[in-house]
Design a protein around this ligand. Structure first.
Ligand code: BDR
Ligand code: CA
Length: 347
C-alpha cells in the first residue's frame, strides 16, 4: 500500500449471509479499507451464527485483530424471521469454514457504533448489509449519531422494482421495518454529500455473479484445478480448489446460485452486499439520485415497503441518495482483481 493512499474507516453491520461474506472479503482485499469493527445483527441467520461466520472468515484470512461485536438478536418490535433456505443452514451456503478460536467482543454492537463515531467525528463510514436494528438502537442511545457519522451506506429496500421477500418488500427492511424507519427519519436534514447512500434491489439485482466469475477468481488466485461450477453438477459436488478462500467462497456461492435457480432467476447469484461494500469505498461506482425515503409500517399488504418521493411531493427534504445506475462489469472486474489477489496472498 502506498503512503499516499487515504484510508476509509468503516464499521460493518452485517447478517452474514453469503453475499455479506463476499462483501467482507472484498473489504479485507481492499487496501484503502480500514475495518474498525464488525457488528452482528440477526437476519439471514440468528445473530450468534452471524458472529461465528464473521469470526470464521476473519480467521481464515488472518485478520485476528478486528473486533466482532454481537448486536440485536431480534428486531425491535416484530418477531425475527431468518432465511436458511436462501443462505444455507449456517448462513454460508455449502461452505464449512473452520470453527473460529477467537472470542467475541465484550461490547454490544450499539456501544461499538457510538464509540467509533464519537472518537472520529465526521470520518467513519457505516456500511449496513443486514436489517437496521443495531443502528436504530444506537441512534436511540446517541441521537447525534447521524451527524457524527461520515456517511451511511445501506443495502436495503426496493423502489421501482418488485420485492424479494413480499411483492413489495426487500429482505433487510422486511426483517425490521420499524428500525428502518427510525434510521431514515434520523438521517433527515443532512447536506447532499452526507445523505445515506441506498443500494436497493433496483440496482443490486443487476449485480449478477455467474460461474465464470468464480472461475476468474480462481485463476487470479492461482488456485487449481480450474473452478467450474455448473447447474448440472450432482447435489453433493463441492469445490476441490487448492486455495482455501476460493474453495469456501465457491461452496458458499454455489448454494446461492442453486437458490436463485430454484427461484427461476437463472444459475447466478445477486451480489447485493458486495456492491454496497464497493460503493462504500468508492461512491463514484454508482449514479445517485436524491429522494425522500420512508418506510410503510401500517400497510396490511405492504408493511416494510420502502417508498421514495422523487419529486418532493411530501414537501420534505431529501434524506437519501439512491443508487439508480452502475456498471456491473466494472464492479466484477474489481471483485476479481481484489479478491483474487487477496486469496492468492492468504492461500
Ligand atoms: C439482502 O437480504 C439478504 O438476504 C442479503 O444478504 C442482502 O443483504 C438482499 O435483499
Ligand atoms: Ca445481508
Amino acid at each position: 500500500m502506498g503512503d499516499t493512499l487515504s484510508r476509509v474507516p468503516l464499521i460493518l453491520d452485517v447478517d452474514t449471509g453469503i453475499d455479506d461474506s463476499l462483501a467482507l472479503l472484498y473489504l479485507m482485499a481492499s487496501p484503502e479499507a480500514e475495518i474498525l469493527a464488525i457488528t452482528c445483527t440477526a437476519g439471514n441467520v440468528p445473530a450468534h451464527q452471524v458472529a461465528i461466520n464473521n469470526l470464521a472468515w476473519l480467521e481464515l484470512c488472518g485478520y485476528d485483530d478486528v473486533e466482532v461485536a454481537l448486536g440485536a438478536e431480534v428486531p425491535i418490535i416484530q418477531p425475527l424471521m431468518t432465511t436458511e433456505e436462501t443462505h444455507g443452514p449456517q448462513g454460508i451456503g455449502h461452505a464449512e469454514l473452520p470453527a473460529p478460536t477467537r472470542a467475541l467482543s465484550a461490547r454490544h454492537a450499539t456501544e461499538v457504533w457510538i464509540d467509533a463515531v464519537r472518537r472520529r467525528p465526521g470520518e467513519v463510514i457505516g456500511l449496513v448489509t443486514g436489517p437496521l436494528t443495531n443502528l436504530a438502537l444506537a441512534i436511540k442511545l446517541e441521537p447525534e449519531l447521524p451527524r457524527l457519522l461520515g456517511r451511511l451506506v445501506v443495502m436495503g429496500g426496493s423502489f421501482n422494482h418488485a420485492g424479494n421477500t413480499t411483492p413489495t418488500t426487500e429482505w433487510n427492511i422486511a426483517v425490521d421495518p420499524d428500525s428502518a424507519k427510525i434510521v431514515f427519519d434520523a438521517f433527515s436534514g443532512l447536506p447532499e454529500e452526507r445523505m445515506p447512500i441506498v443500494c436497493a434491489l433496483d440496482v443490486t439485482e443487476r449485480i449478477e455473479m455467474k460461474p465464470e466469475h468464480i472461475a476468474e477468481l480462481a485463476v487470479a488466485a492461482e488456485s487449481e484445478p480450474a473452478e467450474i461450477i455448473a447447474p448440472e453438477d450432482p447435489p453433493e459436488q463441492r469445490s476441490q480448489a487448492s486455495n482455501r478462500v476460493i474453495r469456501h467462497l465457491s461452496d458458499a456461492v454455489r448454494f446461492y446460485m442453486e437458490f436463485h435457480l430454484a427461484q427461476d432467476q437463472g444459475f447466478l447469484a445477486h451480489m447485493h452486499d458486495p456492491f454496497a461494500a464497493a460503493i462504500a469505498l468508492d461512491p463514484s461506482l454508482g449514479v445517485m439520485r436524491p429522494a425522500v425515503v420512508d418506510v410503510e409500517l401500517a400497510g396490511t399488504l405492504t408493511r416494510g415497503q420502502t417508498v421514495a418521493d422523487w419529486r418532493g411531493m411530501w414537501g420534505r427534504p431529501a434524506n437519501a441518495a439512491i443508487v439508480v445506475d452502475t456498471d456491473p462489469a466494472e464492479f466484477f472486474r474489481r471483485v476479481v482483481d481484489r479478491v483474487g489477489a487477496f486469496a492468492r496472498r492468504v492461500g
